[in-house]
Design a protein around this ligand. Sequence first.
Ligand code: PHE
Ligand code: ZN
Ligand code: ZN
Ligand code: ZN
Length: 295
Amino acid sequence: PPNISLANVKAHLTQLQSIATANGGNRAHGRPGYLASVNYAKGLLDAAGYTTTVQSFTYNGATGYNLIADWPGGDPNDVLMTGSHLDSVTAGPGINDNGSGSAGVLETALEVSRQALAPTKHLRFGWWGAEELGLRGSTAYVSSLTATERAKIKGYLNFDMIGSPNPGYFLYDGDNSDGVGSGPGPSGSAQIEATLAAYFTSIGVATRGTDFDGRSDYGPFIAQGIPAGGTFTGAEGVKTAAQATLWGGTSGQAFDACYHRACDTSANINDTALDRNADAIAYTVWTLGTAAVPT
Ligand code: PHE
Ligand code: ZN
Ligand code: ZN
Ligand code: ZN
């Protein structure tokens, strides 16, 4: 699997920041900065050879958009989907939440093209609208699929907040290894978690589980029994002393003190966390996407 360029991921964040700045300071559902964000990603994906679709939906009297990008080839009955929400709250530009995941997924998709990857699975990428208003875009997408199309999606990888300034390294707890909380994800989620865990082990970074508590866009996928996984570096939660020992950073402070605030700007990113998580996205897409298809 490739090493994803941190500079390229950060260049996408610079563009998303500029889009927000030029559009009233945010990239929120129903605001012009959101559609400008979609068009930025779509232009790059189209030029890279993706087949892109903009899916519209209506929420709260405003039109929302999901951007879907399919990489031609792979088994059409064995789809690996990777997604992130592209909208921000109205309070700010949303660069960690969720420019970070959006940029990491975008750069991974562009690297697939640069390497002319010929995966065994069909790779599909999604950038969701209106997550901040209750997972509206991802819910609209999953609802729009026929049962047949839904059943072809064998895995969903979600990335929401992967560059938190006081980071933790959390993996969605597909196997319920801690035995508490919301329980395991759909069967197959444990394999996704194990793949992400193998990457972090390889770079010597400890990880911890975070429950599928319904706070991000994997929600509508797991509700349909689709295996899911992903990473998260923390939001408003406060880093404990034990977590600061494990990961560094500052105990007693939020993972992201600018969560849902105007200060979630380009300055609100931990480059090391962003770099590691972007590489984890690519590692997982390559490992799962190019695995031998069972016969
Ligand atoms: N989805 C939340 C948001 O966008 C953040 C979050 C992600 C919280 C993952 C918990 C787990 O505001
Ligand atoms: Zn988010
Ligand atoms: Zn948010
Ligand atoms: Zn686990």
